[in-house]
Design a protein around this ligand. Structure first.
Ligand code: AMP
Length: 281
């Protein structure tokens, strides 16, 4: 497996692979890899000849009071894990390689970024859409793999490649969970043992919601209230949002009569966790 730090070299690598007639899959990450990331890499390797994983903690997508500085970074450990998942090349540029001068051009996906995490994290999706556009232009993959854990991100990127005619196929991949149900996240390492225990309420609440929905409940309010009561029973939980939105438009809905997304963001201590489930009538 190659570890590449410059745009010139990753372009050269991808060009060589293409000359050999190989297809290229890209898995964008911020590193600190866990099984969620590795499942995307395995999927990339299953669907493409060559799997490229980018590892870049993108300053543009962090707010001023967010965890950019303390975000966990561990390229050596990541490289070992990525190799086991079949990654052929890691692209891990330093910040000055991606942003050699202050960025003046940004990608804003309107409409899809005002609700959910977009409301709590102003500028976040602008940072994501901009860096993903740069990565697509640098690597020029045939397919790119994104986790459904970040469901809003998937919709934003899908819309962006359509609107901007970027020739890449977006492949959404299922959420990978710990054995007890907590969605894997690089930020889970911030949780104290007690926070980690209480954070399980998120998964319990999503399961309860699915059960209600399975039993025929179609009122978004009724399901949201149930989710809220399960999560708020944990004293350390601070709900950021609990929302049921149309899966296509990501706007709030009161009646679940089409594919909808139940998405939650909850803080435990200083750590903000997100999770979701799709409700399909
Ligand atoms: P991140 O490093 O957090 O930016 O995540 C990189 C990619 O991995 C994104 O497409 C995430 O949606 C995906 N991802 C993160 N956690 C999980 C998970 N638990 N299951 C599936 N995909 C995930």
């Amino acid at each position: 497996m190659k570890i590449i730090h410059t745009i010139r070299e990753i372009r050269e690598y991808v060009r060589e692979q293409r000359t050999l007639g190989k297809t290229v899959g890209l898995v964008p990450t911020m590193g600190s890899l866990h099984d969620g990331h590795l499942s995307l890499a395995r999927q990339a390797k299953a669907e493409c000849d060559v799997a490229v994983m980018s590892i870049f903690v993108n300053p543009l997508q962090f707010g001023p009071s967010e965890d950019y500085d303390r975000y966990p970074r561990n390229l050596e450990g990541d490289a070992r894990l990525a190799e086991t998942a079949g990654v052929d090349a890691i692209f891990a540029p330093p910040v000055h390689e991606m942003y050699p001068q202050p960025q003046m051009t940004f990608v804003d996906v309107e409409g899809l970024t005002e609700n959910l995490c977009g409301a709590s994290r102003p500028g976040h999706f602008r940072g994501v859409a901009t860096v993903v556009t740069k990565l697509f232009n640098i690597v020029q993959p045939d397919k790119a793999f994104f986790g459904q854990k970040d469901a809003q991100q998937v919709r934003v990127i899908e819309q962006m490649v359509q609107d901007l005619n970027i020739p890449v196929q977006i492949v959404p991949c299922p959420i990978v969970r710990e054995a007890d149900g907590l969605a894997m996240s690089s930020r889970n390492v911030y949780l104290s043992p007690e926070e980690r225990r209480q954070a399980l309420a998120i998964y319990r609440a999503l399961q309860a919601a699915e059960a209600m929905f399975g039993a025929g409940e179609r009122s978004a309010d009724a399901i949201r209230e149930q989710v809220r009561s399960i999560i708020e029973a944990e004293p350390l939980a601070e709900v950021d949002y609990i929302k049921i939105v149309d899966l296509q438009t990501l706007s709030d809905t009161s009646l679940i009569d089409r594919d909808c997304l139940l998405a939650v963001a909850v803080r435990f201590g200083g750590t903000r966790l997100i999770d979701n489930v799709i409700l399909r009538p």
